[in-house]
Design a protein around this ligand. Structure first.
Ligand code: HEM
Ligand code: HEM
Length: 187
């Protein structure tokens, strides 16, 4: 019984290997195709700049929504009624969460792609400001529960940290485009 089972197993394995062989061979050929790998490596460098331009746009929108949320909170009774309907607070929170997630992933991605293409990271302004920004946005988001309890200090810290964040973002766009220019020159 045991031997028959083993034999059936062997037949099954051989049949599977037989049919999967061409697929495995094609996959191996593609994976070891150096031109393809080089092309993927080169073009992967443009994913991070595109994502970051989109995030810069979203951050300016988040700033606008945040200012409107503040205006709503501070408005007199009549205006407040009108502004509350526009849901600025929730919209700001949602956009803020998206920025938080993609900024962290975008920073890690930028470092990964730089390392894959150069075998090292460049210890310069863009790297340091980028890591700093990821720290800032994490702290700023962590203040939300306190802000929701009405803590004024947390609220002011959130605003100051994020205004610094948007300022650094503009600077990252400038230094980032200088890197993009270098990448394009090397194509
Ligand atoms: C570009 C980044 C951001 C800017 C410029 C910004 C700015 C602001 C401003 C001006 C306010 C109004 C404060 C007030 O009512 O006086 C605010 C509130 C708020 N922000 Fe942000 N923020 C940013 C990112 C984030 C992120 C990443 C989160 C969370 C994931 C977040 C969550 C909130 C919440 C929940 C409030 C309302 C708090 C409350 O009063 O209940 N923000 N933000
Ligand atoms: C529009 C804005 C931005 C542009 C155009 C841009 C562009 C670039 C480019 C072209 C690279 C090099 C990729 C490579 O060599 O393969 C890079 C690397 C990097 N970027 Fe950005 N970036 C921008 C914003 C940001 C932001 C906002 C952050 C962080 C919050 C960031 C963090 C990084 C990091 C950490 C690296 C790796 C740097 C290194 O090790 O040399 N970037 N960026």
């Amino acid at each position: 019984m045991y031997e028959q089972l083993m034999e059936a197993g062997n037949i099954l394995t051989n049949t599977l290997l037989h049919f999967s062989n061409p697929i495995v061979m094609v996959a191996e050929e593609e994976v070891t195709n150096p031109d393809l790998i080089e092309t993927i490596k080169t073009w992967s460098q443009f994913g991070h700049p595109i994502l970051m331009w989109a995030l810069l746009g979203l951050s300016i929108y988040a700033l606008y929504l945040g200012i409107q949320a503040r205006r709503t909170r501070m408005a007199d009774k009549e205006t407040r009624k009108e502004l509350v309907g526009k849901n600025f607070n929730n919209r700001h929170h949602q956009i803020g969460s998206i920025i938080l997630a993609f900024m962290v992933l975008g920073t890690i991605g930028g470092m990964a792609v730089t390392y894959v293409n150069n075998g090292k990271l460049f210890f310069g302004a863009h790297l340091l400001a980028g890591l700093g920004m990821t720290g800032l946005i994490a702290v700023s988001a962590s203040l939300v529960p306190l802000m929701q309890k009405g803590n004024e200090f947390a609220r002011l810290s959130h605003i100051s940290l994020n205004i610094t964040l948007v300022g650094l973002f503009l600077w990252q766009a400038v230094s980032g485009m200088e890197i993009v220019q270098k990448l394009l020159d090397n194509l």
